[in-house]
Design a protein around this ligand. Structure first.
Ligand code: NAG
Ligand code: NAG
Ligand code: NAG
Length: 178
């Protein structure tokens, strides 16, 4: 009887703690690695490990610029990222890290990146860095934002692909271990 009560109390405590601290519960967000890979496929459509201005434009036109005015607003950006189940917090942080003026009438032109060719590795590290900066900048977000929770608990330390990127390795050594 005693051990059953202790067991039941522990089970309740554990459920309570999990309910409190895992912000992904009930969001149907899946894994952060899957969301990042979807974003990578959207940006490197021909899968040659370089993200060109033409590929970015095609992605922005197809997934972001819903009113087809040639501009991507903060709301359109957040909506596009939400369609992949990224958080509003991460979406906004990433857009701000592109140094756009979110209050201007045309924060991001679909032609903004014409002519560029960005190595995929740099693109991935930049996207990881924006998330790491966001979550480390306000560590409450580890408990309230699914992207931050999964960054800390699965992406950089457990994912066989993303754990190889410099941003993840630095995060693991300086934040998770250090
Ligand atoms: C892209 O190419 C890599 C090999 O370079 C392969 O592992 C991966 O599955 C490919 N992705 C897609 C979406 O075709
Ligand atoms: C951002 O855009 C707004 C509206 O066009 C403008 O008033 C403001 O000066 C801009 N801010 C910067 C830093 O350029
Ligand atoms: C940190 O994040 C929490 C949870 O989202 C939020 O309530 C709080 O205002 C944030 N703090 C700062 C300083 O931005």
């Amino acid at each position: 009887m005693y051990s059953f009560v202790v067991f039941a109390a522990c089970a309740m405590l554990s459920a309570f703690v999990q309910g409190q601290t895992n912000p992904c519960a009930g969001t149907e967000s899946g894994r952060l690695s899957s969301r990042l890979l979807q974003n990578i496929r959207n940006n490197d459509a021909n899968n040659d490990s370089f993200i060109t201005g033409d590929e970015i434009k095609a992605d922005l036109v197809q997934h972001y610029d819903k009113n087809a005015d040639g501009c991507v607003t903060l709301q359109e950006w957040v909506d596009a990222w939400a369609s992949v189940k990224f958080s509003n917090e991460y979406a906004t942080a990433r857009l701000l890290d592109l140094n756009v003026n979110v209050t201007s009438p045309c924060p991001l032109s679909v032609n903004q990146f014409q002519g560029v060719s960005i190595p995929l590795v740099g693109f991935i590290n930049a996207n990881l860095d924006s998330l790491i900066k966001l979550c480390e900048g306000n560590q409450t977000l580890y408990n309230t934002v699914c992207d931050c929770y999964q960054l800390k608990h699965q992406l950089c330390n457990l994912d066989a692909y993303f754990q190889n990127f410099a941003s993840c390795q630095k995060y693991v050594s300086s934040v998770l271990v250090g």
